[in-house]
Write a protein that binds this ligand. Structure first.
Ligand SMILES: [Zn+2]
Length: 736
């Protein structure tokens, strides 16, 4: 049971309010500015209310609103109109004509050894009126191709490459067959499963939700609990956006009118396989009729049947008709113009499109955004306009391929590189009470500091609640052997390992902006299904809308600190320490990477290696990290001293613009090898969406491609040296 459902306990704790100590100093602020900022934040935090969060959430979850649909476009107009009333400025709806995806029809029929017609729809729940809405789509996966085939079915576990190796060992090929795989827990992007099946020569892929992962094996199912019921279908796109996100026809440039478009058969991110999601209700008849060897223990699932590898006996007829083609997506953009520094931007964003109602994903975030903008508008009307400009965007087509944010980011890339301080993403605001804050390492300290000034519904500060969540998760990780220390230091609170899978991607990996991601989560088994709706949120996710409210407060306060700081609260010493950790981990995982001159780290395998060429020495990189860290520490000290008194605005401008440049300097214009769109050399994502640190270097090491690895190490070393020079140059503007 989660705390959010213990209403009496929470009410009891709330009677001890307030427990947040007043903050006397704030990173990046002089004492006088910090006092002003505290007053602004106190006012800001008093505006969002649970009732308004709930009201907004109901509006966004009233009807299905997939990207490109009439309803989703009406919601774009609704946001525009609300923002006007709230007092946002320069509101504009931007249109991108992109390659979109829509289902037309799908059928799946088992024709041997017996007949079974798959339902491919979600059963309505009596307790949940929205689940009876006739506009709910059936089973479909975005960017599947159309087709029709009759073929045997093979069970391929999670559909990862090693799963096909095991099938091969058992003499089972999937060429021309249909693979049945399950959504795996931990999460791995379904597009990677589709690409893997395509590479293996499968004719189609069926991806089902096993009750072991998010159904009855986890606990009570909807409508009695938060987990997925028998007919739950996890929709989703299979776009290969890990190669290049956004419109597949405009890789690297915006889909504005008149833009050049490549043919779909040349589009790297467009799948070339039929794909369909299944509920476990529809997967069970296939699984229980399969022949072939018994699947290994780790492949057995939550259904009360033995899982076999299959391959011959079960034959199905699958037909999928899609309507994929160019259609308009709409990004809504609004802003509060900065009073002093209108050309320095803090960008905030949340996607609007949902697979169905989007109770958690994304409408919890959209509701929080609407309350955030209402509060920002009120502050401005009361004369508390931020110093820098705050831009807020409602993205479209995130679910299809991070499409709206990618097109917008590509369109304004050069302006963003000149003006943007940071991007703060909220996708799913709330599926439970556990806070997860993500940030590039230079912003991690300011995010941790910000969490101290917010009140968690549990009665603790958000900071204390966050610490408790991280400690608990570390403890759980320890049990499964992933963690070896249980202390939660402030430096390890924020997650600084940033993969893909949401709208921050273009800003971090293409534009080179520092990013922050905010989310509360909990037990959530209805992801991307029709059951992710208003009922679910009101019974399980956030019944009192208190975490929605807290998200509006947190998101807004974080934005206000970046918008109002005298000197931007970047901590580059912290960045250096993180990069060193990334390098150490790379060396620990790959014995061919040596860190010469570092006691005890020269690995046996490398020194014993007969072929001296097949190793990589990162001593130069480590030295560059040390000097970057020293420069970061020196700058921190100078900035702290400078912030004790008033600051010359010209000096502040030079410093702030210089500090904004640091993140851009992590970009390699050529991108990471094989994926030129992804330009950041510290952060990337694997094809599974999982975070991938030092992506170019790591992938080269893993492939034992030593010339490329050496080249990537040199690129990293040069970037570190450039940023060291930049920090020292900035410090020279300060007198202390
Ligand atoms: Zn989402």
């Amino acid at each position: 049971m989660t705390l959010s459902r213990c209403a009496p306990i929470v009410l009891f704790l709330l009677s001890y309010l307030p427990t947040i100590p007043a903050q006397t100093s704030i990173l990046g602020f002089t004492p006088a500015s910090a006092a002003r900022e505290t007053a602004v934040e106190t006012k800001f935090k008093s505006i969002p209310t649970p009732d308004q969060e709930r009201r907004q959430h109901r509006i966004f979850t009233a009807e299905p609103h997939i990207a490109g649909s009439k309803r989703n476009n009406e919601l774009a107009e609704y946001i525009r109109d609300e923002w006007k009333k709230q007092g946002l400025e320069d509101i504009i709806i931007r249109r991108y004509d992109v390659y979109g995806t829509n289902p037309k029809s799908a059928s799946l029929e088992m024709i041997a050894p017996m007949h079974y017609q798959a339902v491919l729809r979600e059963a309505p729940l009596d307790a949940d009126p929205d689940s009876k809405n006739p506009a709910i789509s059936g089973a479909w996966l975005g960017m599947s191709i159309s087709g029709e085939i009759t073929a045997p079915v093979v069970y391929a576990h999670s559909g990862n490459p090693e799963d096909y190796d095991l099938l091969r060992k058992n003499g089972i090929t999937v060429k021309g067959k249909i693979v049945l795989v399950r959504y795996s827990n931990p999460y791995s992007y379904r597009g990677f499963k589709a690409l893997t099946a395509q590479r293996e020569g499968a004719a189609a892929i069926l991806i089902y939700s096993d009750p072991a992962e998010d159904g009855y094996k986890k606990g009570k199912v909807d409508p009695d609990g938060p987990w997925g019921p028998e007919y739950k279908i996890q929709r989703g796109a299979i776009t290969y956006d890990f190669m290049v996100p956004g419109d597949p026809l405009t890789p690297g440039w915006a889909s504005v009118p008149g833009a050049k478009r490549i043919p779909i058969d040349q589009a790297m991110s467009a799948p070339k396989i039929m794909a369909l999601p299944l509920s476990w209700h529809d997967a069970k008849p296939l699984l229980e009729n399969m022949d072939g060897p018994l699947a290994p223990d780790s492949w057995q699932g939550g259904l009360p049947i033995p899982y076999h590898l299959g391959g011959e006996r079960v034959k199905v007829h699958l037909k999928i008709e899609m309507e994929n083609g160019t259609q308009p997506y709409y990004v809504v953009e609004g802003r509060i113009r900065g009073a002093k520094l209108p050309d320095e931007w803090i960008v905030l964003g949340n996607h609007r499109d949902a697979w169905v109602f989007g109770g958690v994903d994304p409408s919890s975030g959209t509701a929080s955004m609407m309350e955030l903008t209402r509060a920002l508008g009120q502050l401005t009307k009361q004369g508390m306009r931020p110093r820098r400009t705050i831009i807020v965007c409602s993205w479209d087509g995130e679910e299809v391929g991070l499409t709206g944010s990618t097109e917008w980011g590509e369109q304004f890339a050069s302006e963003l590189r000149a003006k943007a301080v940071a991007y703060i993403n909220v996708d799913e605001a709330t599926s439970g009470p556990n806070f997860h804050g993500q940030a590039v390492a230079s912003l991690a300290p300011m995010l941790v500091e910000t969490s101290r000034s917010l009140q968690d519904p549990s009665g603790k500060s958000l900071y204390e609640a966050w610490k408790a969540t991280v400690a608990r998760e570390k403890e759980e990780g320890k049990q499964s052997g992933q963690m070896n220390d249980s202390g939660v230091a402030n430096e390890t609170l924020a997650d600084t390992r940033i993969g893909s899978g949401s709208d921050h991607t273009v800003f971090l990996n293409f534009v080179g902006m520092p990013v922050i991601g905010l989310q509360f989560d909990g037990d959530y088994g209805v992801y991307h299904s029709a059951y992710d709706d208003f009922y679910w949120m009101n019974h399980f996710g956030d019944p009192g809308y208190r975490y929605h409210t807290l998200m509006s407060q947190l998101w807004g306060v974080t934005a206000l600190r970046l918008a109002n700081a005298d000197l931007l609260p970047f901590d580059f010493a912290s960045y250096a320490a993180n990069i060193r950790q990334f390098v150490d981990e790379l060396a620990a995982k790959n014995k061919t990477v040596i860190l010469s001159g570092v006691a005890g780290s020269r690995s046996e395998a490398a020194t014993e290696s007969k072929d001296l060429v097949s190793s990589l020495d990162l001593a130069g990189v480590l030295k560059a990290i040390d000097t970057f860290e020293a420069a970061g520490k020196r700058l921190n000290e100078s900035l702290t001293h400078t912030l004790t008194g008033p600051i010359d605005p010209k000096v502040a401008l030079t410093l702030n613009h210089g500090m904004m440049q640091v993140e851009r300097n992590w970009l390699n214009p050529d991108g990471i090898p094989g994926r030129p769109w992804f330009k950041h050399i510290l952060y990337g994502a694997r094809f599974t969406y999982a975070h991938l640190e030092l992506p170019g270097l790591t992938e080269a090491v893993e492939a034992q491609d030593w010339p490329t690895a050496k080249q990537q190490a040199e690129i990293l070393q040069r970037a570190l040296e450039n940023n060291t020079k930049l920090l020292d140059e900035l410090r020279s503007h300060l007198t202390n």
